[in-house]
Design a binder for this molecule. Structure first.
Ligand code: PEP
Ligand code: MG
Length: 895
């Protein structure tokens, strides 16, 4: 096989074979840009090496050929005594990948060629410094010697000479240092520093191959979901020197500003320096404008290369360059990394310059970038006192007083204070506190814990699973492991839901202009915008969102349980409600009505309990339907297990036992305990909930459907256009749905007859059990629509308790690469996703045109949205805050 490609042979589309760096070097060479001659050793060679543990035989031969061609082209020999050719060896995988061996410079220098370099450069100091650098880099990266040995020797030398900076060391000191470095190599690697230039080259190449499998590289690939079997390419490139005096230098430039996205070139330049000097920060960098004054010819050539590259790649490029004695060389280019703001601005700038189409512009931005632009952020410059770091559950930045319970959260928020609700974990009772607080911090629970899911739904900042916290809600104190202070309601903390950081004290927060745009529209956002950068950003976001709306096939609905949520969702562009979780309408003080229903001993008591609930539930629906007027609203009948409405078994048992002992026991308590015991389940999430509860608790379906129907009639009477859809949760068998449906339709018919309005609302079900997905063809016979509940479907497909696993063993699973990301966050395509696809196909095979949606958390996850588009769903439903992200991603999926 062909293992070696001259730069002049490849092109930018060969990233698999030549790696990113190699493919781009080849492309620049093809474009006629000044790239120092060289060649790329392919990823095939690396894979062969990794498989066999040795370098393939043909590689040595092919390297010789390529090297001789380069030597002939330049009229110089690798490591020759006179005018030696020197090369750099750099790794370059398909994806940029820190953690591997990066670079060895100055290969070819040895005890004799160093004098040859001194002669051609006319600078002995430079030559010996280059040799010194080679041994240091080679020792560290090829021979695995601890870098400290070299830097200690360097420091000692500077001290001995009474100087403080590297470049103040003279020739004599450097020749001494070279000898000392060689001794270090001998001592720690057990070999002499190789004097044979070709041996240096071959050893460096092999070291790059080997570095593919370092621990750091593995960890990085796991995190970034880069396959472990790609291998890396190796680039061998003629050395050019930026440290050959005042007419030399090195720099990095960008064709547009990668941090703000402002158009116009941008870059840094260092006179008389090599790349690593930039990192060492030993001299001040100059701007490109300064370079124009210093060396107009090189500057002009660089500008024209930048323009050429940007036109060619049709995107922002970054470029590494070196000027050697007035001659410009390009050493690397790539499509440049950029901030979220820059991504949006650059995309629309390129459209305006007619370099790309609007469709392409959509592919240049992501939902994650949009999310970043939506959250208020901490001003990173202030002094911050980090208390702990935990799971970033819902992004944003929140600052406030520590509060430990609902009452205090609500009271202090009403008094105008900003508060952070700090709990060991939250439960549905904490809702008012969460609404009132600026942010939520919990000591336990993962990304799908109650706190996390609810906070994300509300767009509220949340950090969860902060194990270092010791929350004492009774005493209203908060301690942090390893810290002295005891925090109380008088203390202020700041939580960053994007990084998971928790700080003590105030941290300044800056508002997001993109959020202003999404909430209040373009005009207001432009008005509020501070400067031209912000205005351009807001306009870019607006244009791309509009285009996404135009091209997407997926509808975007929202999960909303309250009129407030529904309003937020509409402002952000939701086309309906895909999931209204009606159990949320039974919490708080309404809980006791549900308890009465559960405890009802006879028909009479039950009817009274139901009658008390009806007006409450109906009132909610009237408001929701009014808010959603003319848009579909999927009402899901009650889902959670009964225990959520009943007292805790252990607590109640203890209480009853104590009271019995004291002789103060109320018989009602005892009765309650019996009921709690009867309904107690070891696995409530797999127990009496959803359709199972609806079918076995008399009157429940009738109550809920009647509330919807009467609310709809009320809206119709007022001239409204209510579009409710009734959805049955946790269906596993068609018979369950059939019974539920018959009972629902009977109520609809009843209310129709009572009021004279025709109420033929669709009745459908959630698909959130594997059995439902697999038998979707039979279930579809009874369903007007399906909505995939991927939270429960993930839970039941993997057998992962959604309330526990993320804070117990997921960390290890992620580290071990069982999955790259939690399946509760991004849909697991092979397993859960496969069931969704199967369910969709089977459902439609029985009922063509069956409406299909998804309403699990995944409906707002950028990657999952692409998947749902591909398998043909009609809509995604997500929390109101994520609606804009879903619109953008649905657009991206469609182009
Ligand atoms: C689901 O299971 O995906 C779903 C949307 O329902 P819930 O999260 O309320 O169980
Ligand atoms: Mg569910």
């Amino acid at each position: 096989p062909k293992y070696v490609y001259r730069f002049s042979e490849g092109d930018k589309d060969q990233k698999d074979l030549l790696g990113g760096k190699g493919a781009n070097l080849a492309e620049m060479t093809r474009l006629g840009l000044p790239v120092p001659p060289g060649f790329t050793i392919t990823t095939d060679a690396c894979r062969a090496y990794l498989a066999d543990g040795e370098v393939p035989d043909e590689l040595a031969v092919q390297v010789t050929t390529a090297l001789r061609e380069v030597e002939e082209e330049l009229g110089r020999g690798l490591g020759a005594q006179q005018d030696p050719l020197l090369v750099s060896v750099r790794s370059g995988a398909k994806f940029s990948m820190p953690g591997m061996m990066e670079t060895v410079l100055n290969i070819g220098l040895n005890d004799s060629s160093v004098e040859g370099l001194a002669a051609v450069s006319g600078d002995r100091r430079f030559a010996w410094d280059s040799y010194r650098r080679l041994i240091q880099m080679f020792g560290k990266t090829v021979l695995d010697i601890d870098g400290d040995h070299f830097s200690d020797a360097l420091e000692a030398k500077k001290e001995a000479r009474g100087v403080s900076l590297d470049y103040e060391l003279g020739v004599e000191a450097l020749t001494e240092l070279v000898e000392e470095y060689k001794t270090i190599v001998r001592e720690h690697a057990g070999i002499d520093f190789p004097q044979d230039p070709r041996a240096q080259l071959d050893m460096a190449t092999e070291a790059v191959f080997r570095s593919w499998n370092t621990e750091r590289a593995h960890i990085y690939r796991r995190r970034e979901k880069i396959p472990h079997d790609l291998g890396t390419a190796v680039n061998v490139c003629t050395m050019v020197f930026g440290n050959m005096g005042q007419t030399s230098g090195t720099g990095v430039c960008f064709t547009r500003d990668p941090s703000t996205g402002r158009s116009g070139v941008y870059g840094d330049y260092l006179v008389n320096a090599q790349g690593e000097d930039v990192v060492a920060g030993i001299r001040n960098t100059l701007s490109l404008a300064d370079l124009e004054h210093l060396d107009k010819a090189s500057y002009d050539e660089l500008r024209s290369a930048m323009r050429k590259l940007e036109t060619h790649y049709r995107d922002l490029c970054d470029i590494e360059f070196t000027i050697e004695r007035g001659r410009l060389w390009l050493l690397q280019t790539r499509v440049g990394k950029r901030t979220a703001a820059a991504a949006f601005r650059v995309a629309t700038q390129l459209v305006d310059e007619k370099l790309i189409t609007m469709d392409e512009a959509l592919t240049r931005v992501t939902g994650d970038q949009l999310t970043q632009l939506m959250f208020p952020q901490f001003n990173g410059e202030t002094d911050r006192d980090l208390l702990t770091r935990a799971m970033p559950a819902s992004p944003g930045a929140a600052v406030g007083y520590v509060v430990f319970d609902n009452e205090e959260a609500v009271a202090r928020a009403e008094a105008g204070e900003s508060v952070i609700l700090v709990r060991r974990e939250t439960n549905p009772d904490d809702l008012p506190g969460m609404v009132a607080a600026s942010g939520v911090l919990t000591a336990r629970g993962g990304k799908t814990s109650h706190a996390a899911v609810v906070a994300r739904g509300m767009g509220k900042t949340c950090v969860c699973g902060a194990e270092a916290l010791e929350v004492d809600a009774e005493a209203k104190t908060l301690r942090v492991a390893g810290r002295e202070e005891v925090l109380t309601g008088k203390d202020v903390i700041a939580i960053d839901g994007t990084t998971g950081e928790v700080f003590l004290g105030e941290v300044a927060v800056v508002d997001s202009p993109v959020m202003t745009y999404l909430r209040r529209g373009l005009e207001e956002a432009l008005e509020a915008a501070g400067g031209v950068d912000t205005r351009e950003l807001v306009t870019s976001v607006h244009r791309l969102m509009r285009h996404a709306d135009k091209v997407r096939r997926l509808e975007v609905r929202a999960n909303a349980d309250t009129p407030d949520d529904a309003r937020h969702a509409i402002h952000r562009g939701a086309q309906g409600v895909g999931l209204c979780r009606t159990e949320h309408m039974f919490l708080g003080e309404r809980k006791r009505y549900v308890q009465n229903l559960i405890l009802a001993g006879n028909q009479d008591e039950r009817e009274r309990a139901l009658a008390a609930l009806l007006p409450l539930q109906k009132g909610d629906f009237v408001q929701m339907l009014e808010t959603m007027d003319g848009r579909p609203m999927t009402v899901r009948l009650i889902d959670p297990p009964l225990h959520e409405f009943l007292p805790d078994l252990t607590e109640l048992s203890v209480k009853v036992a104590l009271e019995r002992e004291r002789g103060t026991l109320d018989p009602a308590e005892e009765e309650l305990l019996a009921v709690v015991r009867r309904y107690h389940e070891a696995n409530p999430m797999l127990g009496l909930r959803g359709v199972r509860l609806l079918l076995t608790m008399p009157g429940l379906i009738e109550l809920q459907v009647r509330a919807v129907a009467e609310a709809a009639v009320e809206r119709l009477r007022e001239g409204g256009s209510p579009l409710p859809e009734i959805m049955i949760p946790l269906v596993g068998s068609v018979r369950e749905l059939q019974i539920a449906r018959e009972r629902a339709e009977a109520v609809l018919a009843e209310v129709s007859a009572e009021t004279g309005y025709e109420l033929a609302f669709p009745v459908g079900c959630m698909i959130e059990l594997p059995r439902a997905a697999v038998s979707a063809d039979t279930i579809a016979e009874e369903a007007d629509f399906f909505s995939f509940g991927t939270n429960d479907l993930t839970q039941t497909t993997w057998g992962f308790s959604r309330d526990d696993v993320e804070s117990t063993f997921f960390k290890e699973y992620l580290e071990e690469g069982v999955f790259g990301v939690s399946p509760f966050e991004t849909v697991d395509e092979r397993g859960v996703g496969h069931l969704v696809e199967l369910g969709a196909q089977r459902g439609r095979s029985a009922r063509p045109g069956l409406k299909l949606g998804v309403c699990g958390e995944h409906g707002g996850d950028p990657e999952s949205i692409g998947f749902f588009h591909r398998v043909g769903l009609d809509y995604v439903s997500c929390s109101p805050f994520r609606v804009p992200v879903a619109r953008l991603e649905a657009g991206r999926a469609a182009v």
